[in-house]
Design a protein around this ligand. Sequence first.
Ligand SMILES: [Mg+2]
Length: 111
Amino acid sequence: MTFSEVQQEALAFRDARDWLQFHNPKDLALSISLEAAELLECFQWSGDNLSPEGSRARVCEELADVMMYCIYLADVEGIDIPSALHDKIRRNAEHYPVEKSVGSPKKYTEL
Ligand SMILES: [Mg+2]
């Protein structure tokens, strides 16, 4: 399944339930943040274990929730997600040229 197909599936799911009426940009952005917090819960109290055993299914589900709301927000804002990602990757490449950033976790302002 392509991203475009799954994007259309998500929008059809929303539309079949007449939920677009509730999808304003503020509440969708808020929902992205709430679902991101649920994603963080997968790792809460895991100590030094950065990938807790048995958490993968929940991580997958919460990551999907985040992406679902991203699809909904992009739709109501008229944002083409592949283009937005492409543009951001290009800007990041300007901020983080390979010769300066390879193997470095530093922010571009510190390179
Ligand atoms: Mg969730």
